[in-house]
Unconditional design. Structure first.
Length: 239
């Protein structure tokens, strides 16, 4: 805890060494642990944070085939100050808050018998990030129940595929992965796509991203940032 407050590096569990599972799912780090100031249903200040990341992609490439590939690596977010996001509310609480984050970097690598090595990165020149917002359920609400929140992460992924000899992407189509979360940052959370995406080499379609899961693993570094406000609310990007 002291190391986190001082902005020092803290080595979390070996998230990158998690074994491949039939279903990608959150692990014990979902509840933080003694090293973390992060707690469920609790708001925290703005920060720059780095995590281990595990991604699973289901990809079909014309002329090569289809495969389900696990990738491991690092992600970096710039998380912004929480704000009131529920209409008509005046108090900033977990229930009422919206939290935005800018996705600065994604670097994950995996091996496929069909495609060879695959490296997936983000596109920093485009608007990428995440929004955690109130789960607005119609009708009366039980004040004794603390709600989960909606989380949408939006990316423009790039796929460097060894056996294709090319870096391909989804063109101008943003890939959204969605989940429900009980804390921010959502350590141990798994977000998923709900549709497929065409893959392009320039203007030529070469395959399909059939599905993808993105799991936030161990917290590697946490640096509080006092001025981490977004010049453009990311909620307007994901709307």
């Amino acid at each position: 805890m002291h190391e986190l407050r001082e902005g020092a590096a803290v080595k979390g569990a070996e998230g990158s060494a998690l074994h491949n599972a039939e279903v990608v799912k959150g692990h014990e780090l979902a509840w933080g642990g003694d090293l973390y100031t992060i707690r469920p249903y609790t708001l925290g200040p703005a920060a720059l944070e780095a995590f281990t990341v595990r991604e699973r992609i289901h990809v079909s490439i014309d002329g090569l085939g289809e495969d389900l590939v696990d990738l491991h690596g690092i992600g970096v977010y710039r998380r912004h100050e929480p704000r009131i996001g529920a209409e008509g509310e005046t108090e900033l609480t977990w229930r009422t808050a919206t939290i935005g984050a800018q996705f600065l970097s994604l670097q994950v690598v995996g091996e496929s018998d069909v495609f060879g090595q695959i490296r997936v990165t983000n596109s920093p020149a485009k608007d990428e990030g995440a929004t955690v917002s109130p789960n607005l359920v119609p009708g009366p609400r039980d004040p004794e129940i603390t709600p989960m929140k909606n989380c949408v992460t939006a990316l423009y992924p790039r796929f460097d595929i060894e056996n294709l000899g090319a870096v391909i992407d989804t063109g101008d189509v943003r890939v959204d992965v969605e989940s429900r979360v009980n804390m921010v940052p959502p350590i141990g959370d798994v977000s998923r796509t709900s549709t497929s995406y065409a893959l392009y080499d320039g203007d030529r379609r070469v395959g399909t991203l059939l599905a993808a899961d993105l799991e936030i693993g161990a917290l590697l570094h946490h640096i509080p940032v006092k001025n981490a406000t977004s010049p453009v609310e990311f909620a307007t990007i994901t709307a």
